[in-house]
Design a protein around this ligand. Structure first.
Ligand code: NDP
Ligand code: AKG
Ligand code: MG
Length: 398
């Protein structure tokens, strides 16, 4: 009989042998990648005497078809109650229609960290000469920034009202045919994200944390993010971490906290990859950076992530990529990102043996040159397999 996750006296997650976890299948290619990934998960779990009773919860197009709602309250309730779960990608229309359900889940549950580790797996084809130098962990703020969707559309009474207010109160003249978006960046949101990044770096023996921002231009939002980060280092981590300015780049046995302006950072992660380790940044920068870095190590087909609130313990794991609609239902795309998101989830639950076995089996499958279309088109001598066949090939090696 499946049981829920609980917390012990120290607030640590306790995982029963048969644990109930919610999942969202996802729109588009979700129908392909979820079953392939679940087969891999169940095989690894069984090997270690563990079981997950997967409970499907609805969101996106399937939810709308079956309930008339895009994100039913029952889905949020399930993620709250069962604490940890996993989701496939959900579609967000461009320019109109519903706002992002992915963002809504992060905001409603206050999953303030989007954790996206990016590293190269041996044998994966890459467009760069030294993909092995990429071993970065992105901590992307997940609840604020222009990503919060606080916008008013051009030509509406709302935008007229806001323009008038900005003119009267600040003397700002905004062109009449403008839409306007608001970019909130708070000290609270910035510091809890940067705190999580520093704690992670200390716990995992990483060399540095780089704050990536465009603070020269956006002084009171992205510039403030940087300032609050350095303030945090002094106030909470003085014995274990030090900023570049306070140590001239020589941190000794302390963790080095430095910063980089976003445009420069985007070129240096490519040209000087070994100088970046843990990265803490705001929502939109983190979004751009995670896809760009994924490309450096072989693409979005193998880019995992997790949305986490380290205070409440809640986590919803998901791939970095989206629904790739042109491939939906073709049993074609790479399920690697969801599989590795599952690996992150099992690590988060303390099921390290399960996580390690899946990673090893994935590496062995790629080394045998058994890959989906995305890798096959860049590899010589590859055997191209479907999404489900790739899942089976991994499961056979567990
Ligand atoms: N967290 C989430 O749920 C996210 C949702 N989205 C949503 O997804 C929808 C589509 O967005 P789009 O910008 O096209 O981005 P996608 O990430 O969905 O797809 C872009 C391209 O990435 C490649 N790709 C994506 N998934 C895989 C995979 N599993 N294996 C191999 N390659 C893959 C494909 O490249 P190629 O064409 O070269 O084969 C694809 O055309 C939008 O509605 C967007 O809002 C986007 C990102 C995250
Ligand atoms: O919510 C979406 O549709 C896109 C989100 C996204 O690109 C991301 O979180 O990386
Ligand atoms: Mg994205």
């Amino acid at each position: 009989m499946a049981e829920k996750l609980t917390l012990d006296d120290q607030g640590k997650l306790v995982v029963p042998v048969d644990v109930a976890l919610p999942y969202i299948e996802g729109d588009g290619t979700g129908v392909d990648i979820w079953p392939a990934a679940q087969h891999v998960f169940d095989t690894a779990l069984a090997k270690h005497g563990q079981r997950v009773s997967w409970m499907e919860v609805l969101a996106g197009e399937k939810a709308y078809r079956e309930t008339g709602e895009w994100l039913p309250e029952a889905t949020i309730e399930a993620f709250r109650e069962y604490r940890v779960g996993i989701k496939g990608p959900l579609t967000t229309p461009v320019g109109g229609g519903i706002r992002s359900l992915n963002v809504a889940i992060r905001q409603i549950m206050d999953l303030y960290v989007c954790l996206r580790p990016v590293r190269w797996f041996k044998g994966v084809p890459s467009p760069v000469r030294h993909p092995e130098l990429v071993d970065m962990v992105i901590f992307r703020e997940n609840t604020e920034d222009v990503y919060a969707g606080l916008e008013v559309a051009e030509g509406t009474p709302e935008v007229a009202k806001l323009r008038e207010f900005l003119h009267d109160s600040f003397g700002w003249d905004i062109r009449e045919d403008s839409g306007i978006g608001i970019k909130p960046i708070s000290k609270t949101g910035s510091q809890r994200l940067i705190r999580a990044a520093i704690n992670y770096a200390l716990e995992h023996d990483r060399r540095s944390v780089t704050l990536v921002h465009k603070g020269n231009i956006q002084k009171f939002t992205e510039g403030a993010f940087r300032a609050w980060g350095y303030e945090l280092v002094k106030e909470e981590f003085a014995d274990r971490a030090v900023s570049w300015d306070d140590c001239g780049g020589n941190p000794g046995d302390r963790l080095l906290v430095k910063d980089a302006i976003a445009d420069n950072a985007l070129q240096q992660v490519l040209t000087r990859a070994d100088e970046f380790d843990v990265i803490a940044t705001m929502n939109l920068n983190g979004d751009y950076l995670s896809d760009a870095l994924a490309a450096q190590v072989g693409g979005i087909g193998i880019a995992p992530g997790g949305n986490i609130n380290y205070v409440t313990g809640h986590g919803v794991f998901e791939a970095t990529h989206g629904t790739a609609p042109k491939y939906a239902g073709q049993d074609k795309v790479n399920p690697g990102s969801v599989i590795l998101s599952g690996v992150m989830m099992f690590e988060y639950l303390g099921l390290q043996d399960v996580a390690d076995d899946i990673t090893r089996a994935l590496e062995e499958t790629i080394s045998a040159k058994i890959v989906t279309y995305d890798f096959a088109r860049l590899m010589e001598g590859a055997t191209e397999v479907s999404c489900s066949e790739f899942g089976h090939a991994i499961a056979e090696r567990i």
